[in-house]
Design a protein around this ligand. Structure first.
Ligand code: SAM
Length: 246
């Protein structure tokens, strides 16, 4: 009898085969309120974290950029303004509800870039196609993070850059306050604003289960990235990891 592998869904242990479905449930549920909740939960800070990410990406006109798990397209829209008419920005996400919001926001900006529903663990793009790959607040939700990082490495051209923006490990002094905020305020806000307390409890738990700064750096190096470094933002609430394909 074959034993099924286990993974985390927040603090719960679930079969690997179940995780993607559980994550999908979270994002189908929150998609229409996702942007509002981001502003409320972070006090607008997520905008600054994304501005920093876009600056660090150093996207130039004519480049090809892939935004993995791009959701409501905050990064893709910013990249679209930078690549100009000869460049390409591909918004991708596994979740149709999130992708639909992102695609509509791109169109509202007058950007005619493709939106593709796909799994980060099996990207439908040729090897070495992109100059930049980004993933913001997405890696944490993936079942096989190593597989997703390997795919991002595969589709990057030599010299290309990966940017991973993700919740990370906060400075020790901030931890008690951050715990109260995460496990009391976040689910409360989720219940009141998005009508979904469980999804925001998952958010708090999944952040705690995600690899810390050094572990993610090592994972990126194992996937083949070089010159990997990270920037702690807001005391490590979030970290931006950057790595290059040699
Ligand atoms: N990148 C956007 C942002 O920064 O606002 C959205 C982040 S949202 C917290 C996480 C996104 O990851 C969701 O839209 C979810 O559908 C997507 N996601 C989760 N697992 C995925 C996978 N295996 N492949 C692609 N996208 C995935």
């Amino acid at each position: 009898m074959s034993e099924s592998r286990q993974t985390h869904f927040g603090y719960q242990t679930v079969d690997e085969a179940q995780k993607a479905g559980r994550v999908a449930g979270v994002f189908h549920s929150v998609a229409t309120r996702y942007d509002l909740m981001n502003d409320l939960m972070s006090g607008g800070l997520h905008r600054l974290w994304k501005i920093f990410t876009v600056r660090q990406a150093a996207v130039r006109p004519g480049m090809r950029v892939l935004d993995v798990a791009g959701g409501t397209a905050d990064l893709a829209r910013a990249f679209a303004r930078r690549v100009g008419p000869r460049g390409e920005v591909w918004l991708t996400d596994i979740n149709g509800s999130m992708l639909a919001v992102g695609r509509d926001r791109l169109i509202d900006d007058g950007c005619l870039h493709p939106a593709v529903q796909c799994d980060a663990e099996a990207l439908p793009f040729p090897d070495a196609y992109f100059d930049r790959v980004s993933v913001a607040f997405g890696l944490r939700n993936m079942t096989h993070k190593e597989r997703a990082l390997a795919e991002m490495h595969r589709v990057l051209a030599p010299g290309g850059r990966l940017l991973v923006l993700e919740f990370s490990r906060v400075r020790k002094a901030l931890a008690p306050l951050y715990d109260i905020y995460s496990f009391s305020v976040l689910p409360w806000l989720g219940a009141r604003v998005a009508g979904d307390e469980a999804s925001y409890r998952y958010l708090a738990e999944s952040i705690r289960m995600h690899p810390d700064q050094e572990t993610l750096k090592t994972m990126m190096e194992s996937a083949g990235f070089t010159r990997v470094r990270y920037f702690n933002l807001t005391g490590g609430v979030v970290a931006l990891h950057e790595g290059f394909k040699p």
